[in-house]
Design a binder for this molecule. Structure first.
Ligand SMILES: C[S@@+](CC[C@H](N)C(=O)[O-])C[C@H]1O[C@@H](n2cnc3c(N)ncnc32)[C@H](O)[C@@H]1O
Length: 217
């Protein structure tokens, strides 16, 4: 209950939805979806995942289209806080894991500042699950004993993406948000010491029935 208010404060679960296939949702994530009055979901959350929400739940789209319309982070933060202040149970549903390039930390900061109680429900990150579904292990003690994950392109204008030159020391390198940045990523990896003969795979919309696997020529 908030000071001066009769309405009990709601709650926010920051939930990882996994990379696509709804069967990779955790049991806890499914439970939260069943209990939520409001679900605020991102562009990459698969529709099959949303089907676990209650039929009467309010579904709010908060996607950021690459090169197009982007729901502002401030609006997302405000909406989560406003719905919780109405006494609602909110699921903030994010692709993969909320803390892997998901701006989860910023959203939790906003909730903490507003005094809204929250819980984090980790998800299966695309960083390892998508290669795994394509039969690519990130480590294999015979060939690769380290891996690094970076982003090719930042979601926000004006923010720098990682310099893959620095990640080239890892045996396996995973580049997220990189389809439009391949030339740059490859050049930086080679500059960092990777051989041009290093095996590589490009997986777009992994685990999603609508799209498939592309292999580089
Ligand atoms: C903003 S990052 C979010 C990553 C997410 N938090 C995670 O843990 O997987 C979005 C990027 O993750 C990658 N990604 C997410 N789902 C994917 C999928 N099903 N197939 C391939 N890449 C995926 C893409 O590189 C996409 O641009």
């Amino acid at each position: 209950m908030r000071k001066g208010s009769r309405k009990p404060l709601g709650f926010v679960w920051l939930v990882g939805a996994g990379p696509g296939d709804a069967s990779l949702l955790t049991l806890k994530a499914k439970e939260c979806l069943k209990r939520a009055d409001v679900v605020i979901y991102d562009r990459l959350v698969a529709p099959s995942v949303l089907s676990f929400a209650r039929p009467d739940a309010e579904l709010i789209y908060a996607g950021k289209e690459p090169g197009g319309e982007k729901t502002s982070q401030a609006w997302i933060n405000e909406t989560m806080v406003a719905k919780a202040r109405e006494g609602k149970k909110v699921v903030r549903l994010k692709n993969g894991d909320p803390f892997v390039f998901g701006r989860g930390a910023e959203e939790l900061e906003a909730l903490a500042e507003a005094g809204v109680p929250f819980e984090i429900v980790p998800g299966v990150s695309s960083a390892f699950a998508v290669p795994a579904y394509a039969g690519i292990p990130l480590t294999d003690r015979r060939f690769a004993s380290s891996f690094a994950v970076g982003v090719g392109k930042s979601a926000e204008e004006g923010n720098d993406s990682v310099d893959f030159c620095k990640l080239a020391q890892a045996d396996t390198v995973v580049a997220l948000m990189a389809v439009g940045e391949l030339e740059k990523v490859i050049a930086q990896l080679m500059e960092g010491g990777k051989s041009p003969k290093t095996p590589a795979a490009l997986i777009e919309w992994g685990q999603r029935r609508n799209k498939g696997l592309r292999l580089p020529s």
